[in-house]
Design a protein around this ligand. Structure first.
Ligand SMILES: Cc1cc2nc3c(=O)[nH]c(=O)nc-3n(C[C@H](O)[C@H](O)[C@H](O)COP(=O)(O)O)c2cc1C
Ligand code: SF4
Ligand code: SF4
Length: 272
C-alpha cells in the first residue's frame, strides 16, 4: 500500500494544525513508503488563491476549526473549489470545548461534494480562540495519544478496503443555523463589526499583519483593520507583547460566559 499523505488545514491559532499534523504523521508511517507528507496550510489568504487537486492515490487529512457550530463560512468558496478524483479523506474539526454542532457533518458533506471518499472523521478540542482559559493548552498529550490510536484504526480500515459509504457522524441535517451569542438582556448580538484594538505596547513588528488570515491588518499602521475580521484570535494570541485586545462589551461578556459555562472537559469524538 502506498498513498501520498497530504495534511491540509486552516488554523489561525494553531490547534487544528497540531491535530492534523499528528494524525498525518501517524497515518503516513503506515501507508507511505517514504514516510513523507505534503502540507497545505490554507490559513493564509494567498494560499487560498491557489487551485488544489487530488487523485486516487492521495489520502488527505483535512482540518478546520469550528466557528459558530459550523465550518467557517469564509472558507466555503475555497472548499467548494477543491477537486478530488476519488481520493480518500479524513475529516477533522477542532472546537473550543463548547460544541461542534453540525460542523463535522458539514465538512464531510463538503468533502464528498468535491469528490473525496471520507473514510473517517473526528472532532478534537483546542484552546478556544477567544480565551486563554477555555480548553487551555489543548490539544494536549492525552488528545494526541488518542489521535495516534485513531490513526491506527484508519490504517486498518484502508487496509481492509472498507473505505467508503457508511460513516455516521453526529450532527443535524438540515444543518442548524450558525450559533449566535447574546447580550446581557438575552438579545442576539452581531459580532461582525467587532475588531481587535492595539495598545501602546506595540513594537511595530508586523507579525499580526503577516499572519491575519483575512489580510485585513494594515502593514502601514497595524492598528487599522481595513478588511473583514473573523475574530480568529491569531493577532491577539501571536502578538509578542500582548498589544492586541478586545474592548467590546458584548464580546467580553460572551467570552466570560463561555469560560464559565463550558469549563467541563470534553473528549474527542471519533467516527470510523
Ligand atoms: C469566530 C469563532 C467562532 C467559534 N465558534 C465555536 C463554537 O461554536 N464552538 C466551539 O466549541 N468553539 C468555537 N470556537 C473556538 C475554535 O473552534 C477553537 O478554539 C479552535 O481550536 C480554533 O482553531 P485554530 O487554533 O486552528 O484556529 C470559535 C472560534 C472562533 C474564532
Ligand atoms: S504583533 Fe503586536 S507588536 Fe507586532 S505589530 Fe502587531 S500589535 Fe504590534
Ligand atoms: S484582525 Fe481579525 S481576522 Fe485578522 S488576525 Fe486579528 S482576529 Fe483574526
Amino acid at each position: 500500500m502506498n498513498y501520498n499523505v497530504k495534511a491540509m488545514y486552516f488554523s489561525p491559532t494553531g490547534t487544528t494544525g497540531k491535530v492534523v499534523k499528528k494524525l498525518s504523521e501517524e497515518i503516513s508511517r503506515h501507508v507511505n513508503e517514504n514516510d513523507s507528507i505534503k502540507y497545505i496550510n490554507f490559513t493564509s489568504h494567498t494560499e487560498r488563491m491557489k487551485p488544489v487537486k487530488f487523485y486516487e492515490d492521495d489520502i488527505v487529512i483535512f482540518g478546520v476549526p469550528v466557528y459558530a457550530g459550523r465550518v467557517p463560512n469564509i472558507l466555503l468558496k475555497y472548499l467548494r473549489s477543491i477537486k478530488s478524483r476519488g481520493s480518500l479523506a479524513v475529516a477533522v474539526v477542532v472546537y473550543g470545548n463548547r460544541n461542534y454542532d453540525d460542523a463535522l457533518i458539514e465538512l464531510k458533506d463538503l468533502l464528498e461534494l468535491s469528490g473525496f471518499k471520507v473514510v473517517a472523521a473526528c472532532a478534537f478540542i483546542g484552546e478556544h480562540s477567544f480565551s486563554e482559559l477555555l480548553a487551555k493548552g489543548r490539544p494536549d498529550k492525552s488528545d494526541l495519544h488518542i489521535s495516534e490510536s485513531f490513526a491506527n484504526k484508519i490504517f486498518n480500515r484502508i487496509k481492509d478496503n472498507a473505505v467508503a459509504g457508511n460513516l455516521t457522524i453526529s450532527g443535524n441535517k438540515p444543518y442548524r443555523p450558525y450559533y449566535r451569542p447574546k447580550d446581557k438582556n438575552g438579545n442576539y448580538v452581531d459580532f461582525r463589526k467587532i475588531t481587535p484594538k492595539t495598545n501602546s505596547n506595540c513594537i511595530d513588528c508586523k507579525i499580526c499583519a503577516k499572519i491575519c488570515p483575512m489580510n485585513s491588518i494594515s502593514f502601514e499602521d497595524v492598528s487599522i483593520i481595513h478588511g473583514i475580521c473573523i475574530k480568529c484570535g491569531a493577532c491577539i494570541k501571536k502578538c509578542p507583547v500582548h498589544a492586541k485586545y478586545y474592548d467590546d462589551e458584548n464580546y467580553l461578556l460572551h467570552k466570560h460566559e463561555l469560560e464559565s459555562e463550558f469549563s467541563t472537559r470534553n473528549e474527542p469524538d471519533l467516527f470510523i
